[in-house]
Design a protein around this ligand. Structure first.
Ligand SMILES: Nc1ncnc2c1ncn2[C@@H]1O[C@H](COP(=O)(O)OP(=O)(O)O)[C@@H](O)[C@H]1O
Ligand SMILES: [Mg+2]
Length: 302
């Protein structure tokens, strides 16, 4: 191919360490397949590094703010460097859970929990209780709280508003959690996420042994198929590219309730998307190459 791939990792978000793990794994996998790869640890000097390394394509292994929200994507567009994953608009919309839900309201197959959006300075309206309070932007369960009483909700909303100017209060959904990765528009099998303690929080998410993953998810076929269909439609409606991963909770009537879609999901060898890809015979290196093949950027108009 003769193309120089820059794997962008690290970055300026709370998920920097996870990103370094994703990036290191992607670098190794692409090198093993014979690609010319440079690892680029992203800090404020990313523009200088991009000029210096003269890469032909950027494989983005960043998570969270700046890397997953369209900022780095915008920089690469301006520089004319094709990059993997979703473009600027889809990245920005999917980063914000309130904006994502607004964008999906016209898609009937994507069922979502009732919610209220509260912005800084606004008074608190009537809430759907019990509820989950979460900052609109932010990943990895930071600032998320489960509440049952109004006073409790108010405290959680204040805490979340300190992290983000917009907070989502979403009706609590009881049921098994599943996640569906979508690769280049097609859904992979659903994976089940089974916390060994009550709530799927940050600690459980990144600590070995605290969460069990079922590959494939132990839910009836029609449930995983409904989630796959919803994930595919959400991906399409939001204009995602490359790999994205939608999170669901299966509600009481067996309907998968859509929570969010991650446009740069974890890519360590034990992450959920690689696990799902394995089920259909795509190994980790193969997945990295499939994502690589979806890299693009806009052409200038003049
Ligand atoms: N409406 C809800 N009902 C019950 N649990 C929820 C709800 N929303 C989120 N959660 C829990 O919080 C976790 C994180 O929520 P999510 O919306 O996926 O945000 P993120 O993964 O970005 O932190 C979920 O995996 C789930 O365990
Ligand atoms: Mg999630």
């Amino acid at each position: 191919m003769g193309s120089r791939i820059g794997v962008l990792m690290g970055g300026l978000s709370t998920e920097r360490d996870i990103s370094l793990k994703s990036g290191t794994a992607v670098v190794a996998a692409l090198r093993a397949r014979g690609h010319e790869v440079v690892d680029i640890v992203v800090d404020r000097d990313l523009p200088t590094q991009l000029l210096h390394h003269r890469i032909d394509v950027a494989w983005i292994a960043l998570h969270g703010r700046f890397g997953e929200d369209g900022c780095v994507q915008g920089l690469l567009e301006v520089m004319g460097i094709p990059y993997t994953g979703s473009g600027v608009l889809a990245s920005a919309v999917c980063m914000d859970k309130a904006a994502t839900k607004r964008a999906l309201r016209g898609v009937p197959e994507v069922v979502m929990a009732e919610d209220v959006t509260i912005r800084r300075g606004e008074s608190i309206p009537e809430l759907p209780l019990p509820a989950v309070v979460k900052p609109a932007v932010g990943g990895s369960t930071l600032g998320i709280a489960r509440v049952t009483r109004p006073e409790e909700a108010e405290l959680a909303i204040r805490a979340a508003l300190a992290l983000d100017p917009t907070v989502l209060v979403e009706a609590f959904v009881q049921g098994p959690e599943i996640t569906v990765a979508v690769l280049d528009g097609e859904p992979l099998p659903a994976i089940g996420i089974v916390p060994q303690k009550g709530f799927f929080d940050f600690e459980a998410k990144y600590s070995k042994g605290q969460t069990r993953y079922d590959a494939p998810a132990q839910v009836p076929d029609r449930v995983s198929q409904a989630a796959q269909r919803a994930a595919k439609l959400a991906y399409r409606a939001l204009g995602c590219r490359g790999l994205a991963r939608a999170d669901f909770i299966v509600g009481s009537d067996d309907v998968p309730i859509f929570l969010e879609i991650n446009t740069l999901p974890g890519m360590t060898p034990t992450s959920l998307s690689p696990m799902a890809a394995e089920l259909v015979g795509i190994d980790f290196s193969g997945l990295c190459e499939r994502i690589l093949a979806t890299a693009q950027c806009m052409e200038p108009e003049v």
